[in-house]
Write a protein that binds this ligand. Structure first.
Ligand SMILES: Nc1ncnc2c1ncn2[C@@H]1O[C@H](COP(=O)(O)OP(=O)(O)OP(=O)(O)O)[C@@H](O)[C@H]1O
Ligand SMILES: [Mg+2]
Length: 495
C-alpha cells in the first residue's frame, strides 16, 4: 500500500512538473535554432544565386571568346549561313562579336538580329546590382534577350555575346532548389545537434531542479528530498548548490520553528494553570485586608499589587498566544469620543498630575474596528503614562496629547508625550513581542499587539520621534477608499 501511495505521489509530481507538449523549453529551443539557421542560410542563399548567374554568363562568354578567337583569324564573312547557325546553336547564343582597339566586328549572327532587353557588363557589375538582376531574372525572366560583354582571361580584346535568358533561368532554378534542399538539411542537422547539446547541458538539469523543488515543497522535512548537486562548476552547478543549501537552511529553520511552536504550546498550558492559581491567591490575599494587624496591613497592598501584576502578565501572554486576532470589522467612529474614553480608563484628566490633552477635532470620523482601535490607543497611552510616572521631579512637564487629522484617504493619529523617551533596548526591539520590555513589570507585548492590530487595518504604526521630553507615535489608517467614479463625477461637476 505504501509503495502504491508513493508511486501515486510521484505521478502527481510529474504532472505538476511536466509542461504541455510543445510548450517546454526544449521545443522552443528546437524551433528557434532551426529558424535562426534558416535565416542565416537565406542571407547566404540570395548572394550565392547572384554569383551563380554571373559565373554562368561568364562561362558562356569565355566559350564564345574561344570560338571568336579562331574565327577572327579566318575570314569570318566567308562562313556559310549553315555553319554560322551551327556555331550559334552550340553556344546557345544569337550573335558573337569582338572589339579590338575600338573596332567592333560582328563574327557570327543569327539571320534576324534580336531586340536586346538587358545589357550586362560582366566585369563592372556591383554586388547589389548583381543581386537585383538575379532576382529579376528569377522572378520575371525566361523570355528576355541579354547582351553580355567584357574582357575574357588575359586577352586585351573585349567579347560580346547575345543570348536568350531561358537556359540561364532554368539553370538558376535548379541551382536554387539544390541550395534550398541543402540549407534545409543543414539547418535540421545543426538544430538537432544544438538541441541535443543544450538539452543535455541545460534542460535536463533544470528539469531535475524543478522536480526537486516540487518534491521538496511537498515534504520539506524529508532530508532525502534535498537536491544533490552535480559536480559541475558552471552556472547550473552554482544554482544547484544554492538550491541545496537553501533547502538545507529551510529544513533547519522548519525544525527550529516546530520546536518553538511546541515550546509555545507548553508555555501557554503552564501559563493557563498558573493564572488560575494566581487568581486563587489573589482572592485569598484580598481577604487578608480584613485582618486588623499592622504588620499584615503593611505588606498586603504590595502583595495584592504583585499578584495583580502576575495575573495580568499571564493574561497578556495567553492573549498573545491565542492564534489570531479576528479580522477588523470596520465601523464609522467618533475618534474624539474614543480618546476621551481612553483617558477615562487610564484615570487621566486635563488637570491631573499628568495633563491629558484630547486634541482631536470632535467632528473627525474614522473607519476602523472599535475594539481594536481602542486597544491600540489604550496601549500607546498607557505606555506614555507609565513612562512619565517614572519622572519623580515634580517640575517636569507631564503631558499626553492625542491628536488626529485626515490626509486624503488616510486618517493620521498621533500620540505624543513629554516623558523620558524610549530606552535603547525598547527602541532596538520596537514592536517585537516580549523583547522590548524595558520597564519592570512590563511584558513587552503592548507595542507588538498594537502594531499587529494596525497592520490588520492595512495601516502603519511608527515611532516618529523619541527623545527626552518628546516621544511621538503615529498611526496611519487608510479608511476611506475613494470610489473612482464618484471622484471623477465630483471633479467634472464644478466645471
Ligand atoms: N511613550 C513611551 N515613552 C518611553 N518609553 C516607552 C514608551 N512606550 C514604550 N516604551 C518602552 O517600550 C517598552 C515596550 O513597550 P510595550 O508596550 O511593548 O511593553 P510594556 O509596556 O513593557 O508591557 P505591556 O504593554 O505588555 O504591559 C516599554 O517597556 C517601555 O520601556
Ligand atoms: Mg505597554
Amino acid at each position: 500500500v505504501r509503495d502504491r501511495e508513493t508511486e501515486g505521489k510521484a505521478a502527481a509530481l510529474d504532472r505538476r512538473a511536466s509542461v504541455a507538449l510543445g510548450r517546454g523549453l526544449s521545443t522552443k529551443l528546437l524551433v528557434l535554432t532551426m529558424l535562426f539557421v534558416l535565416i542565416a542560410e537565406v542571407l547566404i542563399f540570395i548572394p550565392s544565386i547572384a554569383n551563380f548567374r554571373l559565373r554562368w554568363l561568364e562561362e558562356r562568354l569565355s566559350t564564345a571568346a574561344a570560338v571568336a578567337t579562331v574565327l577572327v583569324d579566318e575570314d569570318a564573312s566567308s562562313l556559310s549561313r549553315a555553319t554560322q547557325d551551327d556555331v550559334l546553336a552550340s553556344l546557345g547564343a544569337k550573335a558573337v562579336a569582338v572589339r579590338d582597339e575600338g573596332m567592333s566586328q560582328l563574327l557570327v549572327a543569327a539571320e534576324m538580329p534580336p531586340a536586346i532587353d538587358e545589357h550586362i557588363a560582366i566585369e563592372a557589375t556591383s554586388p547589389i546590382a548583381a543581386v537585383r538582376d538575379a532576382l529579376s531574372t528569377a522572378l520575371w525572366g525566361g523570355d528576355r534577350m541579354l547582351r553580355v560583354f567584357g574582357p575574357v582571361g588575359d586577352s586585351t580584346k573585349e567579347f560580346e555575346l547575345i543570348i536568350p535568358d531561358a537556359d540561364l533561368r532554368s539553370a538558376m532554378m535548379v541551382y536554387a532548389r539544390n541550395v534550398a534542399i541543402l540549407s534545409l538539411i543543414i539547418s535540421v542537422i545543426t538544430a538537432g545537434l544544438v538541441f541535443w547539446a543544450i538539452n543535455r547541458m541545460m534542460i535536463r538539469p533544470i528539469r531535475r531542479m524543478t522536480h526537486s523543488m516540487l518534491a521538496f515543497s511537498a515534504a520539506p522535512d524529508d532530508p532525502a528530498r534535498v537536491i544533490r548537486p552535480d559536480r559541475r562548476t558552471d552556472e547550473i552547478g552554482i544554482a544547484q548548490h544554492e538550491l541545496a543549501s537553501m533547502q538545507g537552511e529551510l529544513q533547519r529553520t522548519l525544525g527550529e520553528q516546530r520546536h518553538l511552536a511546541e515550546l509555545g504550546l507548553a508555555v501557554s498550558k503552564i501559563n493557563h494553570d498558573m493564572r488560575n492559581m494566581l487568581a486563587a491567591a489573589q482572592l485569598m490575599s484580598d481577604r487578608l485586608r480584613l485582618i486588623d494587624n499592622a504588620t499584615v496591613q503593611s505588606f498586603v497592598p504590595k502583595l495584592v499589587r504583585t499578584l495583580d501584576r502576575a495575573v495580568s502578565y499571564s493574561e497578556g501572554v495567553l492573549a498573545y498566544g491565542r492564534t489570531q486576532e479576528a479580522p477588523p470589522s470596520r465601523r464609522r467612529l467618533r475618534l474624539a469620543q474614543m480618546v476621551d474614553d481612553v483617558g477615562e480608563i487610564l484615570g487621566l484628566a486635563p488637570e491631573g498630575d499628568i495633563e491629558f490633552v484630547n486634541a482631536v477635532d470632535p467632528g473627525l470620523e474614522v473607519e476602523a474596528d472599535a475594539d481594536h482601535l481602542f486597544r491600540v490607543l489604550a496601549n500607546l497611552a498607557r505606555n506614555a503614562v507609565q513612562a512619565m510616572q517614572t519622572d519623580t521631579e515634580s517640575a517636569v512637564v507631564k503631558r499626553l496629547t492625542i491628536g488626529a487629522m485626515r490626509e486624503g484617504t488616510v486618517s493620521k493619529i498621533t500620540i505624543e508625550d513629554t516623558g523620558p523617551g524610549l530606552p535603547k533596548r525598547a527602541r532596538e526591539n520596537l514592536f517585537a513581542a516580549f523583547r522590548g520590555a524595558a520597564r519592570s513589570g512590563g511584558t513587552g507585548l503592548g507595542l507588538a499587539i498594537a502594531h499587529e492590530l494596525v497592520r490588520a487595518h492595512a495601516g502603519t504604526l511608527e515611532l516618529v520621534e523619541t527623545r527626552g521630553g518628546r516621544t511621538i507615535f503615529e498611526i496611519c489608517i487608510p479608511d476611506q477608499p475613494i470610489a473612482l467614479d464618484e471622484a471623477r463625477k465630483s471633479i467634472r461637476r464644478p466645471a
